[in-house]
Design a protein around this ligand. Structure first.
Ligand SMILES: *[C@@H]1O[C@H](CO)[C@@H](O)[C@H](O)[C@H]1NC(C)=O
Ligand SMILES: *[C@@H]1O[C@H](CO)[C@@H](O)[C@H](O)[C@H]1NC(C)=O
Ligand SMILES: *[C@@H]1O[C@H](CO)[C@@H](O)[C@H](O)[C@H]1NC(C)=O
Length: 563
């Protein structure tokens, strides 16, 4: 028997050790992102069922007419191959089937997924690394994280290794459009690529390492994030990365990685590169500093240069912000704002709101709220009730918006600007008040606006966001529903009288012109966000899951970096 004193000392030492090891290794306090919902039964069943009905309408179209194709063409009912024929719509939809409780369809879809050969089917197809990572790898991984179906694990590794082979290049930077696979040998890193294609691969590969406990994917993630961190002060707007980067040029004494392009935005080409700083930090249990410091440097410059206020009617001008596009060349020392805002950039409302909690910067929540308000304004004030792909607004000269009173004659004067617009034919260039020019009036079934509305709802519990989301849903369905699914719109700005058969009756409706296209993100993202908006708030709680940029939920685990 040990003397009692020694036992006491031993116990004290042991306790101290436990405390010390806890302090040194425990991830920081879990971030609470969601609002503390108190009332029970927050579900809005009728609306939730309406969303599910629309999902099933399109899913049935896909099953009957384009099963295992990348996509279904919603007007003609034909098949479409777009992403190397690995059944993009099938894989992208798995987790939505699961979340909506469509168990039989989920089983059937998983069984079909297990027959896809991710090493061979591609054949001579150039793999789009970014789209394949977010849609296929993200989709498979979320299906695995949700269902724990062990049969998906080997597929995950098969696809993960296929995509990971894109990094087998001389400088370690990826080839973003290459024939991939074990047999391909050493590839050439891309000479030019959209920022988002290279800068938003962290989340999927990091989660793959956590799930498989194979560190090799995480090593690539570390390499990539270090490259972006090093380059962050080398661009013409220090803190931001330009829309186009040069992956082949990161070694050498004067790396051109971020020096060949001078345009910056939160929209097309860039978007998720900023989103993934926030989300990867969260996925890694807030144990690294690198994503946090990149985010802080970037968000400062986003707020300073990219966001603007505009003259718009029917809104509290001090509560609305739009993300724009900025150019800053090295030669002319001047930052130019192009006040064009894109549907794609609407995700940034949710991003700023989430970042405010994750990085404990409360003021950023309001930024996120105002960006979301801007997208909601664009939905509410367009003739179809749907925001166009891209439009220009009339920026205010000040930053707080107080001098930005709506002035109809000023707007009228500015909206007649185009040189080719004579008084007589000006009408075709006229858009609803507030929309100065609409450079791309289409709607491609995109999710970014409802994504931010969903995040706002989950973070505030304010029913306003559900009401706003419901009218977005009604407008979208009214104009996009087609025989086989839902169709993208050629223009959200014009409508026509159209005869449609509904329930056996011919009805005349005022509708937008449609396009024979339905991207897989309609299933993976848009309808999922609508569904979750009306579900009970614990379904895919933002405190337990992080959603990739294709809305695929990855489980947040307590483990530090997962291994
Ligand atoms: C899926 O495959 C499993 C195992 O082969 C089988 O038991 C199950 O019935 C299949 N499910 C469907 C919906 O086909
Ligand atoms: C660019 O202009 C800013 C002020 O607008 C000035 O502070 C800065 O020094 C200038 N940089 C160069 C390289 O001329
Ligand atoms: C509105 O704009 C017009 C045209 O620019 C200008 O003449 C007028 O003074 C403005 N009105 C107000 C109240 O600012």
């Amino acid at each position: 028997m040990l003397p009692r004193k020694r036992v006491k000392i031993a116990i004290a030492l042991f306790t101290l050790l436990v405390i010390l090891s806890f302090l040194s290794t425990s991830p920081s306090k879990p971030t609470r992102i969601q609002h503390k919902f108190t009332r029970k039964a927050q579900i809005q069943t009728a609306r939730q069922n309406a969303v599910k009905r629309e999902f099933l309408h399109a899913w049935t179209g896909y099953k009957d007419h384009a099963w295992m194709a990348d996509g279904l063409m919603p007007l003609s009912g034909s098949r479409k191959q777009q992403f190397c024929g690995w059944s993009a719509t099938l894989v992208d939809s798995l987790d939505t089937l699961y979340i909506m409780g469509l168990d039989d369809d989920f089983d059937e879809a998983v069984n079909a997924t297990l027959t896809i050969d991710f090493t061979g089917t591609a054949g001579d197809c150039d793999v789009n690394l970014f789209e394949s990572t977010i849609r296929y790898l993200g989709g498979l991984m979320a299906a695995y994280d949700l269902s724990n179906d062990a049969r998906l694990l080997p597929k995950l590794v098969e696809l993960g290794d296929m995509l990971h082979s894109a990094f087998r290049t001389a400088n370690g930077m990826p080839c973003t459009h290459c024939k991939l696979g074990a047999k391909r040998g050493v590839l050439m890193a891309s000479n030019s690529a959209p920022l988002a294609d290279v800068g938003s691969l962290y989340l999927e590969f990091a989660r793959l390492s956590q799930i498989t406990r194979d560190e090799k994917y995480m090593k690539t993630v570390d390499f990539l994030s270090n490259t972006f961190a090093r380059a962050q002060d080398q661009s013409s707007i220090v803190g931001l990365w330009p829309e186009i980067v040069i992956p082949s040029a990161t070694d050498g004494t004067d790396p051109m990685f971020v020096k060949a392009n001078f345009r910056y935005s939160l929209g097309a080409l860039s978007d998720s590169a900023y989103e993934y700083l926030v989300k990867t930090h969260l996925l890694l249990g807030k144990t690294t500093k690198i994503y946090e410091s990149m985010w802080k440097a970037a968000s400062k410059q986003i707020k300073r240069h990219l966001l603007f206020r505009a003259f718009i009617p029917h809104a509290d001008k001090t509560e609305v912000i739009f993300p724009g596009i900025v150019t800053r060349s090295r030669i002319v020392n001047q930052t130019l704002l192009e006040p064009r805002t894109e549907h794609l950039a609407c995700f940034s409302g949710g991003m700023f709101a989430m970042a405010s909690r994750i990085f404990n910067e409360p003021d950023d929540f309001h930024i996120g709220e105002q960006i979301t308000n801007g997208c909601v304004w664009a939905y509410r004030n367009s003739p179809t009730g749907i925001m166009p792909e891209a439009f220009t607004a009339l920026p205010c000269s000040d930053n707080d918006g107080r001098q930005c009173d709506w002035n109809g004659s000023y707007w009228e004067q500015e909206s007649r600007r185009p040189a080719h617009c004579q008084d007589a034919d000006c009408d075709q260039y006229r858009f609803p008040p507030g929309f100065l020019q609409v450079s791309d009036p289409s709607y491609k079934l995109r999710p970014e606006a409802i994504e931010s509305v969903f995040v706002m709802w989950r973070m505030t519990g304010n029913e306003h966001w559900r009401e706003v989301g419901w009218s977005m849903f009604e407008s979208i369905i009214a104009h996009t529903r087609s025989a086989f699914g839902h169709a993208a719109l050629l223009s959200t700005m014009e409508t026509y009288d159209q005869d449609r058969y509904e329930k056996g009756l011919m009805v005349r409706k005022v509708l937008a012109r449609r396009q024979d296209d339905m991207e897989s993100f309609w299933f993976a993202e848009t309808l999922k966000y609508f569904y979750l908006l009306f579900s009970e708030p614990n379904l895919i709680s933002l405190d337990e899951w992080v959603l990739n940029t294709e809305a695929h939920p990855f489980r947040l685990t307590a483990g530090i970096r997962g291994f």
